[in-house]
Design a protein around this ligand. Sequence first.
Ligand code: UD2
Ligand code: MN
Length: 281
Amino acid sequence: MPAASGRPLEPCPDIPPNLQGVLYVEFRTNRTLEDIRQHLSPLLQQGGRYKPANCVAKQKVAIIIPFRNRYEHLSHWLHYLHPILIRQQLDYGVYVINQQGDGVFNKAKLMNIGHTEALKEYDYECFVFSDIDLVPLNDRNLYRCSDKPRHLSVAVDKFNFTLPYDTIFGGVTALSREQFLKINGFSNIFWGWGGEDDDLYQRIVLRRMSITRPDSVIGRYKMIKHGRDLHNDPNPNNVQKLKETYYNIDRDGLSSLSYAVMEIRKDLLYTFITVDVQAPA
Ligand code: UD2
Ligand code: MN
């Protein structure tokens, strides 16, 4: 797009110039959406959209957040993440995918839905899938995609800032459109808590990819403390499903995704999409 002067914009630099490094993050303050909106209104566009004014962003990134009844977490996340993503000079949009009703939660299916709905709006080339309760402690942890699927939440305070196991791929991840298509997205059949992130990792390996991570200094995160939500109990069946990724990968995922959009609401800070995921009765 031409700049006001008529000259085309230069690409943004590889390393964004205004990063701060280590960040101070706390969740004791009560944050209202109205305060956050006021603060960010000159910068954002409806739907939680932003792009740098003075250069062409390296990537178009959709941030996908699975959601149900975590409004306080949403405020903290928006308060911290928008300024970070702006400093990272991304052309991005924030999509909160809200599961309607009180059926069993299905995080992975919400991720697939977010990917599909975001692509209807804009030509996103990178998808960052994030829990709502994870805030990075270092803004050098770029919310961009790389040549391999990337695990961003490497050192979470809840796990004493180490990886609880080597192949963990939950929390915050970044996959390009091509990488996500290659693995047919997430599985849709992991109802309740657990397993869907390990299944995603297995899909990546099955499609002969490997993952990358930032180091454990840059990849630090703080997780908002919470108990287990209602209707999201650990599901023992998911353990068996993890043994079947090889058989399911082609027939279960983006290729079999079925859902109904109930409402799309544009806030300045995010696009809120309420969906019926067709939970089992
Ligand atoms: C771990 C993983 C997470 C996910 C989960 C289940 C990390 C750091 N996190 O998180 O990525 O794989 O285990 O396997 O490894 N949510 C709602 N409302 C609900 C239930 C869930 O909004 O009622 C959303 C919300 O964005 C939340 C996410 O789903 O952050 C994951 O659920 P969780 O926070 O209960 O799971 P947790 O912390 O054990
Ligand atoms: Mn959590």
